[in-house]
Design a protein around this ligand. Structure first.
Ligand code: MN
Length: 235
């Protein structure tokens, strides 16, 4: 029997609506530029193939938990996104079979240190420092496909202190959920427990300490977080 020299890290998980059990998370895969209006607002073409980046699994926090204003940035941005939870893994998944791999859906926030991300982008460096900081992925409870079915359209929005900043519809996704699953599974084995953040619509904007963020997708539980005091760096 093997032993560990340190206590193994806790399993990161997401709440499940209507269940006392939680969904254990293996990886967080994020899609960049998946709504045409957001691709354009960031200065990019809107017909590029999808690309992926990751957030560390332990960046997840439950809805209702305060998110400290992160270190190293003066430009913290919100990105509201449809999150797909994979319940059955696979590689080279066929588009026509892809929805059969989905366990459920949630609303998530891909919080971003935009100044760091753009500086990295402009010199061809990785996005990790702009995207993968601690507590950067608030996520609402998952709704199970067995309860709500699949989502291909429906309003998606984000409010800051009650003011609408992002408002679009899931039908505006450039690459829909089946295509994202199929394409992602060509580049890595998807496994049960993976979450896919599917990209954000236009309207990303800066938030400040004390702001209340609410992400909403029709038919899903909302995600809510308040931005807390700065956690360190660049005070
Ligand atoms: Mn994003």
């Amino acid at each position: 029997m093997s032993t560990y020299l340190l206590s193994p890290p806790a399993v990161t998980s997401v709440a499940v609506q209507g269940s006392d059990s939680r969904f254990p998370v293996r990886r967080i895969v994020c899609v960049g530029r998946n709504y045409a209006d957001h691709a354009r607002e960031m200065g990019n073409d809107d017909r590029d193939p999808p690309f992926f980046f990751f957030k560390p699994t332990d960046t997840l926090i439950d809805s209702g938990v305060e998110m400290p204003y992160p270190s190293l940035t003066k430009l913290l941005h919100h990105e509201v996104e449809l999150v797909v939870a994979i319940g059955k893994g696979g590689t080279d998944i066929d588009v026509g079979d892809a929805l059969g791999h989905v366990y459920g859906y949630a609303v998530g926030l891909d919080m971003t240190r935009r100044d760091i991300q753009l500086a990295a982008r402009d010199v061809g460096r990785p996005w990790d420092w702009g995207k993968g900081f601690d507590l950067s992925a608030p996520c609402a409870p998952l709704s199970r496909v067995s309860d709500i079915g699949h989502l291909s359209k429906g309003a998606i929005s984000l409010r800051v202190n009650g003011e609408v900043r992002q408002a679009s519809d899931l039908s505006q996704l450039i690459w829909g959920v089946p295509e994202i699953i199929a394409i992602a599974s060509q580049g890595m084995a998807l496994r049960a427990g993976d979450l896919i953040f599917t990209g954000t619509p236009a309207g990303v904007s800066a938030v400040s300490e004390g702001d209340l963020l609410e992400g909403v997708i029709a038919g899903l539980e909302p995600v809510v977080t308040r931005v807390g005091p700065r956690s360190g760096g660049l005070r």
